[in-house]
Design a protein around this ligand. Structure first.
Ligand SMILES: *Cc1c(COP(=O)(O)O)cnc(C)c1O
Length: 814
């Protein structure tokens, strides 16, 4: 990017704590984990309702970052770095982006609407790519933060921009308009769905249209309601399948797997074929076709290119690979911006020391090849990539810019050599543009298990974490329970995310679980709730902190502590206040106190207890008694021993229902994974896990025929039956079978018929559009684990933790 610090200071009107203002800033960052942060980075310390990036500044200084845009200078750091002080760092990031945008003068498309923004953007990038050096928003970077970061990616070689803008409430679009300043506008559509952020539909329309304040043309699906809100001096270019007064009139015909569009535009008639049949894709392609018409493309070129449109994959996916590899699959795009994002994602997923990058030619960087691949080489070095496979003619030419690189002219050549490339115990980032068909490489590298996966949405975890953080008093610490394999969601990946969010403690049930986390590099303090005496040695070896709940365990631990000459080893004392599971009873406290008084081997890090019924309103008195007993007993311990440990008693529903009982820390479990015991709160949480499978077989049976063991389902009419490869051995309760439960296919519910088998279940898909191989949702948003728990008389905890280890977990971020 290359901007003198003086100009940045001016554009964001910052106060500074330094004089010299001639340094060049080369990149802007908001992610403390990015390995692209360096001495030419300006780090914007953003502050959200529940997070504050100022806490990362000290770390970043030690990593060599000199420049920070801040709301305040964190204590003790004034003399250690250069600070640009502003009232609001997000606003400053936006102001800088708007200033930076004003340095460039080329056509820029701005896209907004309820659906399809990213697809239209990706498609236009593909359709216009041969003729322009395009800068576009990476992935779906369309927010108040994503838009400025996208625009800051512009460099002097670009001559065309495509940016998307997404808003969730009034007042947001003005900011995005100033940053994007589109010259061509596209409104994809406006859903009528109720949005929380808007009072009504007209307010939503007005807000979205603000993006198009100064465009030379606005492309949209003809719609009288929307047009009533468009300023009279805005030139519009419309299409319609119904209204012949639109500039472009379309008749569509679906033929097998594609659609034929007959297009009439200014007396010109022509036919275009697109490789999709669904309404949404037709709508998205129309916006692209109108843009091409507006840019004066010939009908032949439009025809030729639109035929090649493809489904857009927007997520980076983490998958299990062969030989214990971890794959990061980003095999559908390759441009410099998204390579940067993928490498940062790789860093946040750090699981193996060894890292491999499989990279295709990069297109449309806007840079000369020489410069582009030099920059790629910098990235690869700073991300400590151990080996690089270059695939494609251009990237191969520059392979000697990379350490330890092997090149192949084509993907096929790579596949032929695959057997000898030895992928083992490493993280592999697969990053290629579409025409290289890297999906074939992914399928070679992917571990071959069955087709059932539990998708874990890491963004939803962050969301839920922030939601519960917002319920805590400012000083309350947070322990997250990641026992039972993170409630079935995967412990390491989640622990890594939690470490980034700087939670205070992790809690596990058994020592092995803690050891796994340590081996994977998790450094947070870890409480072991159920330390078996046989595991005390390894607990100490791995620096885990045991819960001590009886005299026998205490004495056993002290014996080992003596042998090892430990001093002040952190332990946690559990008091029993009515759960009657583990913990010291009140009567035992004198003995406990006398043992503790005689030793300096251990340090009481915390005193805890556990609520038995914090989710049941009818047990409020009982719970309040537990809290009072905890207050009394912990106070006795503290005064007798003259200590001031952390005190904690609340689990998830304790946090929600007994805010007065947060003491010094709370222990969040199920809430993190998106489950609340209360309906209102449930609406504020996001679903984390989606269990998916695919249809193995479909058949049609006639009235009188049966399905499954003991013929528990009898067809009373012609019935289309599909078999799904998941059963009770995978954790799906048999109580959910025989018409009680259902799965969803494309949002449509298909009842489970007959008894659930060990590894399979059958569903009724009569009237549902599906084929063998179609995706099926076992649980997620619908049905939710809460729905299933209710119908099968159990609790969501049991459902989540029952999903067998043979179901692979796939982690993703949106
Ligand atoms: C599991 C557990 C928690 C977390 O409970 P949730 O209801 O899942 O929030 C807290 N404390 C202890 C001791 C636990 O065993």
């Amino acid at each position: 990017m290359g901007v003198i610090i003086k100009d940045i200071i001016q554009s964001i009107q910052a106060e500074t704590n330094f004089e010299k203002v001639s340094d060049l800033i080369d990149n802007v960052s908001i992610d403390s984990r990015s390995l692209q942060n360096n001495n030419k980075t300006l780090f914007f310390a953003l502050v959200g309702p529940h997070h504050d990036a100022h806490i990362y500044i000290e770390d970043l200084i030690t990593k060599g970052v000199h420049y920070f845009a801040v709301n305040y200078i964190p204590e003790g750091l004034n003399s250690r770095a250069n600070f640009l002080i502003v009232p609001n760092t997000l606003q400053a990031l936006q102001d800088f982006a708007a200033y930076y945008r004003s340095l460039f003068h080329f056509p820029i498309i701005g896209i907004t609407g309820s659906n399809g923004k990213t697809i239209v953007k990706e498609w236009l990038n593909f359709l216009l790519g041969p003729d322009y050096n395009i800068i576009r928003s990476p992935k779906s970077y369309n927010s108040q933060v994503g838009v400025p970061l996208s625009v800051i990616g512009i460099n002097t070689y670009h001559n065309f921009g495509i940016f998307e803008a997404g808003i969730s409430t009034v007042g947001e679009m003005v900011h995005l308009q100033k940053i994007i300043k589109p010259t061509i506008g596209i409104l994809t559509n406006i859903g009528s769905a109720h949005d929380e952020g808007f009072a009504d539909l007209s307010q939503k329309i007005k807000e979205k249209l603000k993006l198009f304040k100064d465009v030379e043309v606005l492309i949209l699906n003809k719609n009288k309601t929307i047009e009533a809100f468009i300023k009279s001096d805005t030139k519009i270019f419309t299409w319609s399948t119904q209204d012949k007064t639109a500039d472009v009139f379309i008749q569509k015909k679906v033929i097998d797997d594609h659609s034929e569009l007959s297009i009439t535009c200014k007396g010109l008639c022509f036919k275009i074929s697109i490789p999709f049949t669904d309404e949404a894709s037709i709508e998205n392609s129309m916006h692209c076709i109108l843009t091409m018409l507006y840019l004066k493309y010939s009908v032949e070129t439009i025809e030729e290119r639109v035929k090649e449109l493809f489904p857009v994959e927007m997520r980076l996916k983490v998958k299990n690979g062969i030989n214990n590899c971890t794959l990061i699959d980003d095999s559908y795009s390759s441009d410099f911006q998204s390579l940067k994002i993928a490498l940062d994602f790789l860093e946040s997923q750090k699981q193996h020391k060894k890292r491999t990058l499989i990279l295709s030619d990069i297109f449309q960087s806007g840079l000369t090849e020489e410069e582009l691949y030099s920059r790629v080489s910098h990235l690869i070095v700073s991300h400590k990539i151990n080996r690089v496979f270059c695939i494609g003619e251009t990237v191969s030419k520059f392979k000697n810019k990379f350490l330890n690189a092997i090149s192949f002219l084509t993907t096929e050549d790579f596949i032929k050599a695959f057997e000898n490339l030895h992928f083992i115990n490493e993280t592999v980032l697969i990053k290629g543009s579409r025409q290289f068909e890297f999906e074939n490489i992914v399928s070679l590298l992917e571990e071959k298990t069955h087709e059932t996966v539990l998708d874990i949405n890491l963004n939803a975890i962050s969301h839920n974490l922030n939601y519960f953080k917002s319920k805590l008093h400012p000083k309350t610490k947070l322990m997250i329970m990641v026992k039972a394999f993170g409630y079935g969601s995967g412990s390491y990946e989640i622990a890594k995310l939690l470490a980034h969010h700087k939670v205070d403690y992790l809690g596990v049930a058994f020592a092995d679980e803690g050891i796994e986390l340590r081996k994977a590099g998790i450094e947070l303090p870890i409480l072991v709730m159920n330390p078996e005496m046989t595991s005390f040695h390894s607990i100490i070896q791995y620096n885990l902190e045991p819960e001590i709940y009886n005299i026998r365990g205490l004495k056993a631990f002290l014996k080992i502590a003596d042998e090892k000459h430990l001093q002040d080893y952190p332990v946690h004392i559990k008091i029993n206040t009515g759960m009657n599971r583990l913990g010291f009873d009140t009567e035992i406290l004198p003995e406990l106190i006398s043992v503790l008084k005689q030793t300096k081997r251990i340090d009481i890090k915390s005193i805890m207890s556990h609520l038995a019924s914090s989710d049941v309103p009818g047990h409020r008195d009982f719970t309040l008694q537990q809290i009072a007993d905890f207050e009394r007993d912990s106070t006795t311990l503290m005064s007798e021993l003259n200590i001031k440990p952390i005190r904690h008693i609340c689990n998830t529903s304790g946090i929600s229902n007994y805010p007065q009982a947060q003491f010094d820390m709370v222990r969040l479990g199920i809430g993190l994974y998106g489950v609340s015991n209360e309906e209102d709160e449930q609406l504020k949480l996001e679903n984390v896990g989606t269990l998916k499978s695919v249809i193995s077989q479909i058949r049609v049976i006639e009235a009188g025929e049966s399905v499954g063991y003991v013929r528990r389902f009898m067809a009373d009419s012609t019935t289309k039956v599909a078999t799904i490869p998941i059963g009770y051995a995978d954790g799906i309760s048999r109580l959910w079978g025989n018409g009680v439960g259902y799965v969803t296919i494309n949002g449509k519910r298909a009842p489970i018929i007959g008894s659930i088998c060990m590894d399979m279940l059958m569903i009724n898909v009569t009237g549902i559009n599906c084929v063998e191989g179609s995706e099926v949702v076992i649980f997620g948003n619908d049905p939710s684990v809460i729905d299933i728990a209710k119908a099968t008389s159990t609790i969501p905890y049991e459902i989540l933790t029952s999903i067998s280890a043979r179901v692979k977990r796939v982690f993703y971020r949106e």
